[in-house]
Design a protein around this ligand. Structure first.
Ligand code: NDP
Ligand code: X2W
Length: 346
């Protein structure tokens, strides 16, 4: 059987290069074309020498990537994907966008956080929020996927069983997340230079990060009513990974054992979500370089608050890996194809 021809637009960036790295090991696809903004004409192995002897792919123009591919992954800064999606749909191709352009349902919310409204409402009506574990059925038939953000992925998976069960006082949810520096992409910034981030640790965009509306959209869907959250991200002086510590005040008289059983049951058919045994604490170490999300559950009996720790690799489950998982669902490939890596233990 011929392999699915896939292209990556923005393959010179961290998310795009991570996609190429993982897709080269996927048994059902061939990476046929990649693009970059500044490196057109150069081999990807010039920019990232790890690709030497692994692929001869050369960056070409993004329009050519669309022409050559059946499925196009887009890994560009937010705000650039609508015209690409339009071209893909007109040419009968599917698209998975790693940026934020197709994540939100509401044009007003998108404008509030990203500075402009939706340009083509019809494209947004066609798109599906690609949270693989929670939107599996919609993803199967989608032509446009808005791949979730990295922080929202860890938070939504950590919250779903408790909120969906109706146990949580959804007026007082606190989300405390920490991310490695690859989360900010490869472009140099004042705050992500090595001497600035190394041996440092601080929150940023306190209470005003653009992932807030995405998280609220999904938590509202889970609760069946509008949910607002307090979300504070922090920058960790490491390359990869997100730890989200989630504080869910409980309104119901439910014990930790029951909550744990519900989490286990909810994710029993989702191999990438691992609900740890009670007493264990989720740790970045055991998810980095993998597509797993590890979740541990804890009860603060003093305040009757469920504390959920949810860990992912931001580049994989939070970006490229989830995008591939979306592709696997859309094309009925084996769910774990291309994503079977185990996290290194040391
Ligand atoms: N890093 C992460 O952990 C995550 C990232 N994402 C999202 O994925 C997308 C890509 O992020 P990431 O890979 O980190 O970003 P990078 O900054 O590492 O890469 C950005 C890519 O976009 C290209 N690009 C930049 N500006 C333009 C432009 N004006 N026109 C065309 N191409 C352009 C760059 O090309 P060139 O190199 O040639 O300049 C590069 O290929 C973003 O939307 C991001 O929000 C989502 C989840 C997690
Ligand atoms: C550590 C870090 O800087 N993380 C990024 C979020 C990661 C990301 O790429 O989010 P989007 O896909 O929504 O842009 C940030 O806070 O802007």
């Amino acid at each position: 059987m011929s392999k699915l021809q896939v292209g990556v637009i923005g393959a010179s960036g961290y998310g795009g290069a991570e996609l190429v790295r993982l897709l080269l090991n996927h048994p059902d696809v061939e990476v046929c074309a990649i693009s970059s903004h500044q490196y057109t004409g150069q081999p990807i192995s010039d920019l990232y020498p790890g690709f030497q002897n692994c692929t001869d792919l050369v960056f070409i123009e993004q329009d050519q990537v669309i022409e050559k591919s059946d499925l196009i992954f887009v890994a560009l800064p937010s705000g650039l994907s609508e015209p690409i999606a339009k071209a893909c749909i007109e040419q009968g191709k599917k698209i998975i966008d790693l940026g934020a352009d197709f994540r939100l349902d509401s044009s007003e919310e998108y404008e509030k956080w990203y500075g402009k409204p939706f340009g083509d409402i019809e494209l947004h009506k066609m798109s599906v929020y690609g949270q693989c574990e929670l939107h599996h059925d919609q993803i199967k038939d989608a032509q446009i996927i808005g791949n979730p953000g990295c922080y929202p992925t860890s938070i939504e998976l950590g919250c779903y069983p408790a909120i969906h069960s109706g146990w949580v006082d959804t007026d007082h949810i606190i989300l405390d997340s920490k991310s490695g520096t690859t989360g900010s992409g490869k472009k140099l910034t004042e705050n992500t230079h090595f001497p600035r981030t190394n041996e440092a640790f601080a929150p940023y965009k306190v209470g005003c990060h653009r992932h807030t509306p995405e998280i609220e959209m999904m938590l509202s869907e889970m609760a069946g009513q509008p949910v607002k959250v307090t979300f504070v991200p922090h920058l960790l002086p490491i390359n990869r990974g997100i730890v989200s510590t989630i504080y869910l005040p409980l309104k119901a008289d439910v014990d930790l054992e029951t909550i744990h059983q519900t989490y286990k049951k909810t994710y029993q058919n989702d191999p990438f979500v691992r609900v740890l045994d009670l007493g264990k604490v989720a740790d970045l170490k055991f998810v980095t370089y993998s597509n797993y999300c590890d979740i541990s559950l804890h009860m603060d009996t003093h305040t009757h608050t469920l504390i959920v720790v949810s860990c992912i690799d931001n580049m994989i489950k939070g970006a490229a890996g989830q995008a591939i998982q979306n592709m696997n669902i859309m094309y009925d490939f084996e769910l774990m194809s291309g994503l079977k890596t185990v996290a290194p233990s040391f």
